[in-house]
Design a protein around this ligand. Structure first.
Ligand SMILES: Nc1ncnc2c1ncn2[C@@H]1O[C@H](COP(=O)(O)OP(=O)(O)OP(=O)(O)O)[C@@H](O)[C@H]1O
Ligand SMILES: [Mg+2]
Length: 256
């Protein structure tokens, strides 16, 4: 059992997803995800980021290859993976389930059939952790985009997940919204959670990443320390190297 507990968070080998229309959306992904790291998976639109996340937690079946969670195939016990790995979806609205913010956060712990006192304590702690305590009675749909992302993170915290996968967590957020998400990422890291961020907005997260993986047309083209991966070049994979120095407004162009 001790060996099991020490196993990698995810071990992904030759993972393929072939759709009936012939689209090979995952084309043999090989990747290890450690239990104590912040891993950023970058890739352009359509590279397979969302599909990879869904496959890792058993929401989508793979066609070939294997994904092991803590040494056990995901397909064997997807429920266990989903209890351990929280998801923050690209579309924050797709994840809202409660009539109020606190009911939304309580949904997961209730499904775990925890005692009411434990649920109440977890909801209060999660609200506090993401700074949403004053919105506890608000309807989730009325929250701003940044607040909805923090609500999703609070739900993950209340579940007691050991890892979190965030799909494009910065999409549509203003600067304070990005800061709020980054603060939540930093807190999750300092409390021993593994954090996986799927994004093409490297400039917002890379300073906080232990490793950077580049996903391109359904396979991992490079993976390693962020500076080393960027040094080898990422433009060919539709990913922009964020290490720019701007001296003037004119320098801020994204066009070469
Ligand atoms: N049901 C399906 N049938 C055929 N192709 C599909 C299906 N679902 C997804 N795909 C394809 O799989 C590929 C990967 O999609 P995915 O949503 O994982 O991309 P992504 O990297 O998350 O993109 P984005 O940055 O736009 O969110 C895309 O080319 C998409 O068109
Ligand atoms: Mg996506």
């Amino acid at each position: 059992m001790a060996e099991r507990a020490a196993a990698r968070l995810f071990e992904i080998r030759g993972l393929r997803k072939l759709f009936p229309d012939g689209t090979e959306a995952l084309a043999g992904v090989d990747l290890d995800i450690e239990a104590d790291e912040c891993l950023v998976i970058a890739g352009s639109n359509g590279s397979g980021k969302t599909l990879l996340m869904r496959t890792l937690v058993g929401l989508t079946d793979s066609s070939e290859g294997s994904a092991l969670f803590r040494g056990v195939p995901v397909a064997k016990d997807p429920g266990a993976v989903r209890r351990a790995v929280g998801l923050v979806f690209q579309d924050a609205d797709a994840q809202l389930v409660g009539e109020t913010v606190e009911e939304d956060i309580a949904f997961g712990p209730r499904n775990l059939r925890l005692p009411q006192a434990e649920i109440t304590a977890r909801v209060a702690a999660a609200l506090e952790a993401v700074g949403l305590s004053d919105k506890r009675k608000a309807p989730p749909r009325r929250l701003s985009g940044g607040e909805k992302r923090r609500l999703a993170i609070a739900g993950v915290l209340a579940m007691g997940c050991e890892a979190i996968i965030m799909d494009e967590p910065f999409a549509n957020l203003d600067w304070p919204g990005v800061e709020q998400v980054l603060r939540a990422v930093s807190d999750l890291r300092s409390t021993g959670h593994a954090v996986v961020v799927l994004t093409h907005e490297l400039e917002k997260i890379l300073a906080h990443a232990d490793r950077l993986a580049i996903l391109d047309r359904g396979s991992i083209r490079d993976c390693g320390k962020p500076a080393e991966v960027l040094g080898r070049g990422v433009a060919a994979f539709g990913v922009r190297d964020p290490r720019q120095r701007y001296d003037s407004v004119e320098d801020c162009t994204w066009l070469e």
